[in-house]
Design a protein around this ligand. Structure first.
Ligand code: TXA
Ligand code: MG
Length: 330
């Protein structure tokens, strides 16, 4: 298929441009759009055929459910049948923003979206382009990250294009994703909020609003976030997460042109390619996927990447980095 490319001004997206994309969604098409976390690959939640095409375009296993993106908190009622008080509090505190809330689904939400589960994942993005697109389409938009299954999520238009050109109807260029790691996923169907995927909204953030919050999903024995069992974020390069960079020496075998180091600005590493993670973990989150893809573009064999502290958004970076590294920590 010939993919159409659209471009908007991120701070004030042009309505006439977004209308084309919204019409495409309404007529069952696939549209890639920017969000504040990563680029998403969207289709109308209530069009099962269109949703199935998302899985085809990504090469994604069909037992990994999608997030329904909405434009207003009130749209939750189009998707969920039970909304506990805690969920409303989280919406007030963190929407629009990088928080996905799992709720019991309403009848009529297609199995193609939820992979047959009795629950549905819902998020209201803060990104203006995403919000306007969903609003103009006037339907929730099911959207996973806009990468081929298994590769790092796209945080730029170019990365979305390099994976998906020819596989979707439209791609909207709306600038770079600010946050750079996918939304926090919190399950609100039980007594206590359970974080199934860490993101920019932290466990402490959720606990501060709901009183309590625990980690679950891949942190527990029985993954409740089905996607967790699949390989993720893997560049072609071999990735190692480095715990203590100050006391780490590159192995003798590290070849100058084929090795890269991802580290904070304050710890420059000589001799091999230095990819700056920026000054803090917010910078690092915004750059991680970009740099993992750059390693492949630069034909790097081996990446040594600093493992952040397990706090704040660092927890989400660690989670994604350890997956890219296949668990290899040195
Ligand atoms: O930031 C984000 O969340 C991005 C942007 C595009 O919004 N989207 C994204 O989607 O990361 P995706 O499909 O790559 O990840 C969705 C995650 C998966 O791990 C999936 O298993 C989980 O959410 N999920 C979806 N529905 C679920 C459900 N009903 N119960 C448990 N986990 C669910
Ligand atoms: Mg993804």
């Amino acid at each position: 298929m010939d993919t159409v490319f659209l471009r908007v001004t991120p701070s004030d997206p042009e309505k006439d441009v977004i209308k084309k994309a919204a019409d495409c969604i309404k007529s069952g098409g696939l549209v890639i759009f920017p969000t504040e976390t990563v680029y998403g690959l969207g289709a109308d939640v209530f069009n099962p055929e269109a949703v199935k095409n998302i899985y085809k375009a990504k090469g994604r296993p069909s037992d990994n459910p999608l997030i329904a993106h909405i434009a207003e908190p009130s749209w939750v009622e189009r998707l969920a049948r039970e909304v506990p008080d805690g969920a409303y509090k989280l919406m007030d505190a963190f929407w629009g923003g990088p928080l996905t809330i799992i709720l019991k689904k309403r009848e009529g939400v297609p199995d193609a979206v939820t992979a047959g589960l009795d629950t549905v994942a819902i998020r209201m993005p803060s990104n203006s382009t995403a919000n306007l697109l969903i609003r103009m389409a006037d339907t929730p938009i099911a959207a996973p990250s806009a990468n081929l299954s298994g590769s790092p999520s796209p945080t730029t238009f170019m990365h979305a294009k390099s994976d998906m050109d020819g596989r979707v109807d439209m791609i909207i260029d709306g600038g770079n994703a600010d946050i750079g790691v996918e939304s926090t996923v919190v399950d609100m169907t039980g007594q206590t909020p359970v974080i199934l995927r860490p993101g920019a909204v932290t466990r402490e953030d959720v606990a501060s609003v709901c009183g309590d919050c625990i980690y679950g999903g891949e942190y527990s024995d029985a993954p409740k976030c089905p996607g967790m069992k699949y390989t993720h974020y893997s560049p072609k390069a071999n990735v190692f997460a480095v715990k203590d960079f100050e006391n780490f020496a590159l192995p003798e075998s590290a070849e100058a042109g084929r090795t890269a180091v991802i580290n904070y600005d304050m710890y420059k590493t000589d001799g091999v390619l230095f990819y700056s993670a920026g000054n803090d973990d917010f910078d690092y989150a915004a750059r991680l996927f970009y740099l993992l893809r750059k390693a492949d573009e630069d034909k790097i064999d081996t990446v040594y990447a600093a493992l952040p502290k397990d706090e704040g958004i660092g927890t989400a970076i660690r989670n994604r980095l350890l997956k890219s590294a296949g668990g290899k920590v040195i």
